[in-house]
Design a protein around this ligand. Structure first.
Ligand code: PLP
Length: 437
């Protein structure tokens, strides 16, 4: 499979280069040349396959030309070694719980898959002895998923840049206590400052001549595409419950950078029978505005309760436009949007807890409420519960006025010793630091 850039100035790139580079040279996002539909027999039988088996079939369609079959199988099976249960919350509304992985958020799959694939590609390179440096800016969840995915992977060093005092203590301990090939940099600035440091580093000639740098954000095809696996498994589980429900399946995705939902759109192109998608947003609702007006106006993000969705210029929007040939009409036909402010998010969490007993996190709450508001008669809705409520402990406990149990996996992280290095928000300091390593 060859990859082209959404900016159309780069094409014919190998998967290997797309993964190692992250972003195309024309600053566009890589897209696969074609998307192959999986034969109908696969979908007829999907409910009899394990999560790993069905994911391997999908992975083979996407990456089978470029990664040796045995290696691809190992990567898929090693990545998806946790459960993703479909839980009935109330009549016609299901939660797909994506938070049973190592760091209790859906980004675990992309983080781990990408680390394995990158390791595979770099050991094939001529200068395989040269260390690859992954730079990742995080507002909380991405850093932990990427750090845990890459932990102990030979030949790769990860630098996690996070804003001092602006990530929750639970999130912080998930990437500051690991050691080994993971370095946490506590930046005296905001998330935007962290992101700017990373972006400037990628463009700095001297730095790139001296060290190999890559990105592990959802712009990387090896990080965002594997998220498509979730959608196949959602369908298979619903089909087991009811064939009729599965035939009328609507999937609602709490969205920030739109990597997760874009992976779902790819799954649909591969023949997965999703009736339609709903993108749920917090007050950062640039996408909803696009659906309503046909105009895309990025703006600075505002802070909300669902902070992993505080994105003012979603990077994967370029992929959605490309996938639908820039047709506003085609996009609007397949995806609806909705947005909730903090008060509405809190209200959804309280109502759901009271009427169903189900515990939502602030991101999943947007997804749940969107189905309550937009599901049509005859449809069955699945929202993606993107993180465990305990990851946002203070927020959730305050809103629900109850104690939330912290899963053992999280408690383990909290026992570790926090180690991070202080970093200013000046690029000169960051560059000097990297060059001295
Ligand atoms: C990253 C994240 C999102 C947003 O996902 P995108 O792929 O960026 O749209 C939603 N919820 C949680 C908990 C996240 O960590």
């Amino acid at each position: 499979m060859k990859y082209y850039s959404t900016n159309k100035k780069v094409s014919g790139e190998s998967l290997e280069n797309a993964v190692i580079k992250g972003l195309a040279e024309d600053k566009g996002l890589f897209m696969p040349d074609h998307i192959t539909e999986i034969p109908a027999a696969f979908y007829d039988n999907i409910q009899n396959l394990s999560f790993q088996e069905m994911a391997y079939t999908a992975a083979y369609m996407l990456f089978g030309d470029d990664v040796h079959a045995n290696m691809l199988k190992t990567i898929v099976f090693d990545t998806l070694n946790f459960d993703v249960p479909l839980v009935e919350v109330e009549k016609n509304i299901y939660s797909l719980e994506l938070f049973h992985g190592p760091t209790l958020a859906f980004k675990d799959v992309g983080g781990r898959f990408m680390s394995r694939m990158l390791a595979y590609f770099i050991q094939r390179q001529e200068d395989a002895h040269r260390q690859v440096n992954v730079l990742v800016a995080t507002s909380g969840d991405t850093g932990s998923a990427v750090a845990n995915g890459f932990l102990g992977v030979e030949g790769i060093h990860v630098y996690v840049l996070y804003p001092k005092g602006l990530v929750s203590p639970i999130q912080e301990c998930q990437f500051t206590t690991l050691g080994q090939n993971i370095t946490a940099l506590e930046v005296d600035g905001t998330f935007d400052d962290c992101q700017a440091l990373v972006k400037t580093a990628f463009m700095d000639e001297e730095l790139n001549a001296k060290m190999k740098l890559t990105s592990a954000n959802s712009i990387n095809v090896a990080r965002f595409l594997p998220q498509a696996f979730y959608y196949f498994y959602a369908y298979a589980q619903l089909k087991k419950i009811s064939e009729e429900a599965a035939a009328n399946m609507v999937i609602c995705v709490p969205s920030g950078n739109f990597g997760n939902i874009t992976a779902g759109l790819f799954a649909k192109r591969m023949g997965l029978p999703v009736k339609r998608f709903i993108a749920a947003n917090n007050r950062n609702d640039i996408f909803l505005e696009y659906l309503n007006t046909g105009k895309y106006n990025p703006r600075p993000s505002v802070a909300t309760l669902a902070n992993a969705m505080d994105v003012g210029d979603p990077s994967n929007f370029a992929r959605i436009l490309d996938l639908y040939g820039h047709s506003h009409e085609a996009i609007s036909r397949e995806i609806s949007g909705v947005s909730y402010n903090d008060e509405q998010i809190a209200e959804a969490m309280r109502n759901c807890r009271k009427s169903t007993g189900y515990l939502l996190d602030p991101h999943g709450a947007c997804g749940y409420q969107a189905l309550k508001d937009l599901l049509l008669p005859g449809e069955t809705g699945i929202f993606l519960e993107t993180a465990h409520p305990a990851k946002f402990l203070d927020t959730v406990e305050k809103i629900l006025d109850e104690k939330v149990e912290i899963p053992e996996k999280l408690q383990e992280f909290m026992k570790g010793e926090k180690k991070s290095e202080a970093m200013s928000k000046n690029f000169t300091d960051f560059k000097a630091y990297l060059l001295a390593r």
